[in-house]
Design a protein around this ligand. Structure first.
Ligand SMILES: Cc1cc2nc3c(=O)[nH]c(=O)nc-3n(C[C@H](O)[C@H](O)[C@H](O)COP(=O)(O)O)c2cc1C
Length: 308
């Protein structure tokens, strides 16, 4: 189902952004693999309705990965067993990179990089109980210091079928320069496929990273927000006239938000409109001002139609 004989293009999980409406839109622009927002294994086990809603996928998303965060083996096992009931999920991914204090303080996300024993155990647990074709992990290069080769080896030995590597340490957060050499070292040291991630924002950069790291694919997060067609450009699928396309894409994204979140989707869409309206539109700041005060979906749609 995952074809690693050619580069795999992946949409990174971005909590608060890569929900069903956004993933569905990006999928139309040719991305090969989409991943849910991070889902707390604990919340899943406690049957949170909001969490179950987050698991939903668009029919276009084949294959589809769900990312969980956690470390307690019993909780990870129970979360995996719950995910087993959703036959449309193809991959369970473990978050080993989130730097947020509330995640780190629970030995989840990037703090797993400080306890590779616990990280390995969590991956092994998913692998053991999952009925999905793939188990994966998304890692950083280390917590404070880089120990990326050791981390990657533990992922491989614990049963990860592939890994995605954000080329920074936890202390590098989202700003330190991405170390593509370190990603290349990982690729050379393991025999499972490796997906490179971090600051890939153009066709040229994507090609360069693939060439430089020899990785099996690339993963893009922030550069796809406001520009979901970046994947069509990278894959050379079509020559896109951004201005012509944006109106159609924004309206479709908005409609999907209302379908998925009902009226509250209008408020949630504001942040996307801020990004879409960047790029030389006349009156963009007045538009942002208006949509910040608008919460009625019909009125917001009219504002969108007349602005773009
Ligand atoms: C707002 C935001 C939310 C994120 N949420 C997640 C998440 O839920 N799970 C995860 O593994 N990484 C998450 N990340 C990290 C991204 O997946 C990615 O590794 C990072 O942004 C670097 O890639 P980029 O430069 O292409 O954005 C998040 C990053 C941002 C900026």
């Amino acid at each position: 189902m995952l074809d690693f004989t050619k580069p795999l293009y992946v949409l990174a999980p971005l909590a608060g952004y890569t929900d069903l409406p956004f993933r569905s839109l990006v999928k139309q622009f040719g991305v090969d693999l989409t991943v849910s927002e991070m889902i707390s294994a604990n919340a899943l086990v406690h049957n949170s309705q909001k969490t179950l809603h987050m698991l939903k996928k668009s029919p276009l998303e084949i294959p589809y990965a769900v990312q969980i965060a956690g470390s307690n083996p019993d909780v990870i096992r129970d979360a995996t067993l719950i995910l087993n009931d959703f036959d449309y999920i193809d991959i369970i991914d473990l978050n080993c990179g989130c730097p947020a204090p509330k995640i780190v303080n629970n030995l989840s996300g990037s703090s797993l990089l400080t306890d590779l024993n616990a990280m390995g155990k969590a991956i092994e647990t998913i692998k053991k109980y999952s009925n999905k074709p793939y188990t994966s992990a998304k890692i950083r290069l280390g917590f404070n210091e880089k120990n990326h080769l050791e981390i990657a080896k533990v992922c491989e030995q614990s049963g990860s079928d592939y890994i995605a590597v954000h080329g920074r340490t936890r202390s590098g957060r989202f700003k330190a320069p991405v170390d593509y050499d370190a990603i290349a070292e990982i690729k050379a040291s393991v025999s499972i496929p490796v997906i490179a991630n971090g600051d890939i924002d153009s066709v040229e950069k994507s090609n360069w990273v693939l060439e430089h790291t020899k990785c099996d694919g690339i993963m893009i997060g922030r550069a796809a927000v406001g520009k979901p067609w970046i994947f069509s450009q990278i894959k050379g699928l079509e020559d896109i006239d951004e201005k012509e396309l944006i109106k159609k894409a924004v309206i479709e994204h908005f409609n999907q938000m209302i379908t998925h979140y009902e009226d509250y989707g209008a408020i949630m869409f504001r942040k996307h409109l801020h990004t879409y309206s960047k790029g030389g539109y006349m009156g963009a700041s007045a538009f942002r001002d208006k949509i910040n005060r608008e919460d009625d979906p019909k009125a917001m749609l009219e504002l969108i139609k007349s602005f773009f």
